[in-house]
Ligand binder design. Structure first.
Ligand code: ADE
Length: 234
């Protein structure tokens, strides 16, 4: 057990999927895993371990924002020996050719600050995704006929951003979308030599102000879980 995860040693798999929302963790585990067992409910941040096509997988909620994700990813890596960590989340599109429901494979994650900023200070460390996971996810999405974009994303510190000029600069520099967790996940994977990837469904568009209707979120989220599982064991 750790401060934030109640699982016993051995109850967490080496492959961990990380949705922000703990209810999404429960839905994904009940929908995609065999013999899913609840392994964490500390603070309601649900985590389940089961098998997918015979492979052990944990699906653990990470909460919203990099400070929260950092807690779970640190403990999963350092205390439970997680080797492959895939964020499955949502994002806001920042380019005109990126549409609601599209899936983004985050090759890099830019940020203004992360919980790791204390290490880097003024240095602008650019943490990337794991190439093997990224290319396997691109192939899995293509074979399922799911429209994807591969490129850079931006991990913001705030959802209600009072600095629209920063978003404009991100768009100008080709950033595909904004979310709030991936940069710290990639920092931690780089630090501890683990594999990481962020898969993001576009839930809203910063330019058109469109948003994915609530009744269509489950289907898009399910597509992403399948891509993540296929890529993890490719
Ligand atoms: N996650 C989903 N949509 C987002 C947005 N517009 N900004 C930050 N994080 C998000």
């Amino acid at each position: 057990m750790t401060i934030h995860i109640g699982a016993e040693p051995g109850q967490i798999a080496e492959t961990v999927l990380l949705p922000g929302d703990p209810y999404r963790a429960r839905w994904a585990a009940q929908t995609f895993l065999q013999d899913a067992e609840l392994v964490n409910e500390v603070r309601g941040m649900l985590g389940y371990t089961g098998t997918w096509n015979g492979h052990r997988v944990t699906i653990q909620g990470s909460g919203m924002g990099m400070p929260s994700l950092s807690i779970y990813a640190n403990e999963l890596i350092r205390d439970y020996n997680a080797q492959t960590l895939i964020r499955i989340g949502s994002c806001g599109a920042m380019q005109a050719d990126v549409n609601i429901r599209d899936v983004i494979l985050a090759m890099t994650a830019s940020s203004l600050s992360t919980p790791s900023s204390g290490i880097f200070k003024e240095f602008n460390f650019a943490p990337p995704a794991d190439w093997g996971l990224l290319s396997a996810a691109a192939q899995a999405a293509e074979s399922k006929g799911i429209s994807t974009h591969v490129g850079g994303i931006y991990s913001a510190d705030v959802f209600y951003d009072e600095r629209p000029d920063l978003n404009e600069q991100m768009t100008r520099h080709g950033i595909l979308a904004v979310e709030m967790e991936a940069a710290e996940l990639y920092n931690l994977a780089a630090r501890y030599g683990r594999r990481a990837l962020a898969l993001l469904t576009v839930s809203d568009h910063l330019q058109t102000h469109e948003a994915l209707p609530a009744d269509q979120r489950e289907q898009s989220f399910g597509d992403m879980v399948e891509i993540a599982l296929t890529a993890a064991f490719a």
